[in-house]
Design a protein around this ligand. Structure first.
Ligand SMILES: Cc1ncc(COP(=O)(O)O)c(C=O)c1O
Length: 438
């Protein structure tokens, strides 16, 4: 029986070349219903090991919880000693509850509220990654009223023309980070926020960097700014952010981590960018660690032709896997999907895979070669759906059930999130309205 495999690219190490065969995956889909997400803990661990091998041994690898916030998944990374990058109070609670110690947590986000910052400071997290002078002042006021001190890393915006930048909406005029002028202001006025200790700098620029060379260019442009700021502030932490690419579309190539390893090794050589400076190095990663470890399985509901083109309609769609629609990417590209189990000698036929939503964006994949005997009831599996899938999708749009999520860890399978009916959500449940004063 064929093994469920994240990628057919030669060179994509055994990460994700699964522990499950397709028959077992089909059984899980029967038991927990479709659509269904399956995650492979071994593939996640394998990705952690690959990324760690490219980093200095004492670097902190933060798991970017937004990529997949399911506690069972966070638990895999907590068990390997990773830190967490969180971007809301809920993610902070999750990371702590899953066993990630506060001193390994950083908190990002362009508009953090007092209600989010206060518990983060009280928990004693490693650093709040501050995005503005206003945020530093808010932290100062929280710390004053609670008699606390906060540790902060300044999120830097390198501007639109920095090396390694590409037009992504993250750098240059964007909601993220502090530009040169703000940084100068912070340096000049840091003494006014005496309860806020600026311990480091942070930079993050978009997901899915095209190549390792591009990442290295961007990292080095940031390292230069870190070095300049170090002359004015007492910095001990440099967080290079995320963006480590993982294959998503069928024609994506795996990221070659060798240039990153060379860069990080060289950084702290006497003749390297940091010379004899020895800050703690941080990186954040979500997609690289969970993307290839996830599969999305949906069932064929019906098949029809539209002007000669074959459509297979599935019970899953972009309400669970928005990334597949191309909505989170600039271009729609070939998706890696195939019929689960049930091999036949039937010829292949290009097929559009569409979901049940009445919107034209509910197209999961285009021109996928699927057997001509594909029938209602068959299962179709999509690879590389472990990051920014269910939890980055418009789950309540049109009120379909939320899919269950199952984590495979060696011989064990755990239901890490049960199937849920939209109609059971407060606010969508009939009769849950309450009168309020005007
Ligand atoms: C601040 C920050 N760090 C890290 C990440 C993770 O990026 P990736 O999943 O591409 O590694 C993101 C993603 O949006 C982010 O906003």
């Amino acid at each position: 029986m064929t093994v469920l495999s994240a990628s057919n690219h030669p060179g994509w190490e055994s990460c994700g070349n699964g522990v499950l065969n397709e028959q077992q995956a089909a059984k899980l889909a029967e038991r927990h219903g479709t659509p269904l997400f399956l995650y492979d803990a071994a593939a996640m661990r394998c990705a952690v090991t690959s990324l760690r091998n490219a980093l200095p041994p004492d670097a902190i690898l933060f798991y970017a919880v937004k990529a997949n916030p399911v506690p069972g998944v966070i638990g895999v990374f907590a068990g390997m000693g990773l830190g967490a990058e969180v971007a809301s109070a809920a993610e902070l609670d999750l990371a702590l509850a899953c066993g990630i110690p506060p001193e390994k947590i950083v908190f990002s986000g362009p508009a953090k509220t007092e209600a989010e910052l206060e518990p983060a400071v009280m928990a004693g997290i490693y650093a709040v990654q501050a995005e503005s002078w206003d945020e530093l002042q808010l932290l100062q006021s929280i710390c004053r009223s609670r008699e606390l001190h906060a540790r902060v890393a300044l999120r830097v915006n390198l501007g639109p023309n920095a090396r390694g930048e590409r037009r992504s909406g993250w750098g240059g005029v964007s909601p993220f980070g502090m530009d040169d002028e703000t940084l100068r202001h912070v340096v000049a006025h840091a003494h006014e926020v005496d309860r806020v200790r600026i311990i480091g700098v942070h930079h993050h620029l978009s997901s899915q960097s095209a190549t390792a060379e591009q990442l290295v260019e961007r990292f080095d442009a940031f390292a230069q700014v870190a070095l300049q700021l170090r002359a004015q502030l007492d910095l001990e932490f440099v967080n290079f952010g995320g963006g480590f690419a993982a294959p998503f579309y069928a024609d994506d190539r795996p990221l070659d981590l060798a240039p990153l390893r060379t860069y990080f090794l060289g950084l702290r050589q006497p003749e390297g960018r940091f010379g004899n400076w020895r800050p703690t190095i941080g990186v954040e990663s979500g997609r690289y660690l969970t993307g290839p470890a996830g599969f999305y399985i949906a069932r064929v509901i019906s098949i029809k032709r539209s002007f000669g083109v074959r459509f297979a309609f599935l019970d899953g769609g972009v309400h669970h896997a928005l990334g597949l629609s191309g909505a989170m990417r600039s271009l729609r590209r070939p998706v890696r999907a195939w019929r689960l189990g049930n091999p036949t000698a039937a010829p292949l036929e290009p097929t559009e895979l569409a979901g049940p939503l009445c919107t034209p964006i509910d197209r999961l994949a285009s021109a996928v070669d699927l057997p001509s005997d594909l029938r209602p009831g068959d299962l179709v599996v999509f690879a590389n759906c472990g990051a920014y899938g269910k939890h980055a999708s418009p789950l309540t749009f049109l009120g379909h059930d939320w899919p269950a999520e199952v984590l495979i860890d060696g011989p064990r399978a755990s239901l890490v999130a049960p199937r849920m009916r939209c109609a059971d959500l407060p606010g969508l449940r009939p009769g849950t309205h309450a009168r309020v004063p005007i």
